[in-house]
Design a protein around this ligand. Structure first.
Ligand SMILES: Nc1nc2c(ncn2[C@@H]2O[C@H](COP(=O)(O)OP(=O)(O)OP(=O)(O)O)[C@@H](O)[C@H]2O)c(=O)[nH]1
Ligand SMILES: [Mg+2]
Length: 286
């Protein structure tokens, strides 16, 4: 991802998805905005804010299991200062179901009371939004304790809209992950590529690997060296790649390394948390 190479990914299904969300927003009482704890800043899509308007938002800081608690505390402080409603979650576990339901009820208290006065019970309708691969469908499944929505560790798994009803009087609208039409800067694009929100192929694996090497050289040399049994962390990216290929025995033949296997190993290791718990974005000033 050299400076002159701009990452851009806004496929047609996202335009369609955005339109669908715009059309559906009037039918919901609130929004559940799912963020990946590793890259919170990068997961903010300014287009969502325009679409959501004045509807209340419950932020889910998801994938908390992939970051260190101390790093997350910085974001908690930030969200508290801003007065945002949020729940820190790991949706695969489903442990946060009760707190999420109670926060949703609190967020919609006025509406629920208005109907209660007339003797009516009104369910809460929430649209679940977020950039691709943040865990929206996984969250929905964990809240309804059933595998209703399709999930998968790649962007663009959910395509259409899908309503899922919970016994607790909550209806959730799953939506396809949507990116902004243009990234505010290339750091955001890079971080979204690291966490699997941008399709591999839009970003070349060799470039993504080099960006990850640069990141670890600057932020966490030791974990990277330990993982690939490197004796030192060379300033030359190709030397690092060669070292990984050599130590892992990734060979095309006697004289040539199999670089593709290196790229897949490094990216996979990062995404499967074998390169430590990493936070990519911090609140401004941290
Ligand atoms: N470690 C971890 N992985 C999670 C968590 N929540 C979801 N995942 C994984 O993240 C990947 C994406 O999950 P999905 O629920 O399909 O994400 P999505 O936001 O619906 O994705 P799109 O429909 O493509 O926008 C899957 O591999 C999930 O298992 C979590 O809390 N922790
Ligand atoms: Mg989905």
């Amino acid at each position: 991802m050299s400076e002159n190479k701009i990452i851009q990914w806004y496929p047609g299904h996202m335009t369609k998805a955005m339109r669908m969300m715009q059309e559906s927003i009037a039918q919901v009482n609130c929004v559940i905005y799912v963020l990946d704890a590793r890259a919170i800043t990068s997961c903010i899509n300014p287009k969502f804010n325009e679409m959501v308007g004045s509807k209340p938002i419950l932020y889910i800081i998801n994938k908390q299991d992939l970051v260190e608690k101390e790093d997350l505390q910085k974001w908690q402080k930030y969200f508290n200062e801003k007065g945002y409603d949020y729940v820190i979650a790991d949706s695969i576990s489903g442990k946060q179901k009760d707190i999420i339901i109670s926060k949703l009820k609190l967020l919609n208290k006025a509406m629920i009371e208005k109907y209660a006065k007339k003797g009516a019970i009104k369910s809460i309708r929430a649209m679940v939004i977020g950039v691709p691969n943040t865990g929206k469908s996984t969250l929905i499944n964990s809240l309804c304790r059933q595998k209703r929505a399709i999930t998968g560790n790649r962007p663009g798994v959910t395509r259409g809209k899908q309503w899922v009803s919970l016994a607790e009087g909550v209806e959730l609208l799953d939506t396809p992950g949507t990116l902004p039409p243009a990234f505010e800067n290339q750091t955001i694009a890079k971080h979204l590529a690291f966490i699997g929100s941008i399709k591999d192929g839009v970003v070349y694996l060799d470039e993504l690997t080099i960006e990850l090497i640069k990141f670890y050289r600057e932020n966490n040399k030791q974990v990277f060296m330990d993982r690939y049994k490197l004796e030192n962390f060379s300033d030359d990216n190709i030397e690092v790649i060669d070292g990984i290929a050599r130590n892992r025995g990734f060979l095309l033949n006697k004289n040539n390394y199999d670089y593709d296997r290196v790229y897949n190993a490094v990216i996979d290791d990062f995404r499967k948390q074998k390169l430590g718990k990493i936070m990519l974005d911090f609140p401004k000033g941290e």
